[in-house]
Unconditional design. Structure first.
Length: 149
């Protein structure tokens, strides 16, 4: 692999990471808006509010990752994309729900519940990028141009 192709690949990956971060910001906004709606607006306890918010937000987040970040347009693969993505989402849900349960029982405020949710997801953020980049949407790597655009 030439130095030029390594630089081009790193440049393309950098753009993906920036798009991934952008999708993450949108995902945080969607999740937090739903969490606040359920917890403060509808007076749900923290745990069910977190489960509902995370589950609903995961659908557009998956689609944005797939199409905008990795540019995947082929038909969906249940075994290669959907199951691993949802497995990681369930891991994030478990971690964030544990944090939310503690925050809700200790402080009982929507702010504490929101911060607990964010903390759980921040802990898993980089791992999610690696999972998506290396395993789920790997074919998109093959389509990276070795030339700098």
């Amino acid at each position: 692999m030439s130095v030029g192709s390594v630089i081009a690949r790193a440049w393309a990956l950098r753009h993906r990471l920036v798009r991934f971060a952008g999708v993450s910001v949108v995902g945080v906004f969607i999740t937090q808006a739903l969490l606040i709606l359920f917890n403060a607006g509808l007076d749900w306890a923290g745990v069910p509010a977190n489960i509902a918010a995370t589950s609903i937000a995961a659908i557009p987040i998956f689609l944005m990752h797939r199409t905008w970040v990795w540019g995947v347009t082929r038909s969906h693969s249940v075994g290669r994309e959907i199951v691993p993505f949802w497995s990681y989402t369930l891991l994030g849900l478990a971690v964030s729900t544990a944090f939310v349960a503690v925050a809700d029982s200790q402080w009982g405020s929507t702010l504490a519940v929101s911060l607990a949710n964010l903390t759980g997801w921040v802990l898993l953020w980089f791992g999610k990028f690696v999972l998506l980049e290396r395993f789920l949407f790997r074919e998109a790597d093959d389509e990276l141009s070795p030339t700098v655009a």
